[in-house]
Design a protein. Sequence first.
Length: 101
Amino acid sequence: MNFNESQSASFSFNYTPPSFISELTSKEKERVYNAALYSESSNTIMCHKEVLDFFTKKRSTIIAWRKTRGFPEPISKSPLRWLRPAVMEWVHHEGGFKCSS
């Protein structure tokens, strides 16, 4: 079987993404963090400094919360990074003392 270019010229591919995909991409563009202060953070990842500033606590407190209060484990140890949704879920369900806006 031979493949010649005239056969491939008639082939076309059109793709239209589902509407929920475009909704997700527009939401992702809105930053939920201060990019000037936390350049290492993103909409899905919180850097160590952002976590400390968010709770106005020190590193030792975050470590104690991980051991005793179920604070989420970091997704990387060096540098320390947390999943933003996991931290926010902990705040609303476990932490019980701070409401984020």
